[in-house]
Design a protein around this ligand. Structure first.
Ligand code: CU
Length: 318
């Protein structure tokens, strides 16, 4: 009972103040007994936690308390004994306007923060490097095209090895995804057989791995560490056994790791990566305007020569 009370108190504290100031949650993996979200290490995750803890939770709490208060008020003040002769009216214009307009305003307020976060997810800064993650039944394949590292396979680390290494079984993998800290990493996600999903909670990302399609997401890890993720789309019997293990390391350590994989550390990474997102961001407007622009003058230009020679030809014929 005391544990439950402590848990409820912790829950209330966490709900109102966020876990960071209260509990020592493990970084990059779930914490036994914890109820808050995993701590974030990327800008997207920080924003998502802010949105949840500072915007949504207070609104939800206030609405719940308001409705609870109204129910109690009605049940106590207007029950049959306390109020034997009920009022006969059935409409109140003022209150009907209020309970229509106020929820609309609340939703509009939420949408400002919600859309800002949604755009941040899609508005990737210029990427330092790209990783291609492919979901298989039931493991992941990772490829580093910028470093010329071909696809390598990452399986679940067997239970005895995980125990021997003191790493979490079902989260630890045979091959980690190694990335440099403080660099924008673009992840291209696809599936080879069925739909999987690439998810790393502390990065705040979850992207479907769909066969025949390439989805994109990004992260920028702000501190070194080991961060675990999992497949998040039910993909078959071993769905629970295809973890993702990400090591965020310094640039020097990353370059050393690239060398051990037989890749080229530098290459021409920043240039194509810097151009690509800009082109992608402009892809929709560019695609809309560029073909339209030549298309529009083209018929006009074609029409003019056709119509012009005609009058010119007519006098020539005379
Ligand atoms: Cu799965």
């Amino acid at each position: 009972m005391r544990a439950w009370t402590a848990g409820a108190a912790a829950g209330a504290m966490t709900a109102f103040w966020g876990a960071s100031a209260f509990a020592a949650d493990l970084l990059g993996q779930p914490t036994p007994g914890a109820i808050d979200m995993q701590p974030g290490v990327t800008p997207l995750r920080h924003d998502a936690i802010f949105f949840h803890n500072v915007i949504l939770l207070p609104i939800i709490t206030a609405i719940c308390l308001l409705v609870l208060g109204l129910i109690l008020w009605i049940a106590i003040r207007y029950n049959k004994r306390a109020n034997p002769v009920p009022a006969k009216f059935s409409h109140n214009t003022a209150i009907e306007i209020i309970w229509t307009v106020v929820p609309v305003l609340i939703l509009m307020g939420i949408s400002i923060f919600s859309f800002r976060l949604l755009f941040a997810y899609n508005d990737m800064p210029p990427a330092y490097m790209t990783i291609k993650a492919t979901g298989y039944q039931w493991y992941w394949g990772f490829e580093y095209p910028d470093q010329k590292i071909g696809e390598f396979v990452s399986n679940i680390l067997p239970e005895d090895e995980a125990k021997a290494k003191h790493v979490p079984y079902r989260l630890a993998a045979t091959e980690p995804l190694v990335v440099p800290v403080n660099k924008v990493v673009r992840v291209l996600v696809t599936g080879a057989d069925v739909i999987h999903a690439f998810a790393v909670p502390s990065f705040g990302i979850i992207t479907d791995a769909v066969p025949g399609r390439v989805n994109e997401t990004w992260f920028k890890v702000d501190r070194p560490g080991i961060y675990y993720g999992q497949c998040r789309e039910l993909c078959g019997v071993d769905h629970a056994f295809m973890p993702i293990e990400v090591h965020a390391v310094s640039q020097a350590e990353f370059d050393a790791w690239v060398a051990t994989k037989g890749g080229s550390p530098v290459g021409a990474k920043p240039a194509p990566a810097a151009v690509a997102p800009a082109a992608e961001g402009a892809a929709t407007p560019a695609a809309a305007t560029v073909p339209a622009a030549p298309a529009a003058p083209a018929p006009a230009a074609a029409a003019k020569p056709v119509s012009l020679p005609a009058p010119a030809a007519a006098p020539a014929a005379k």
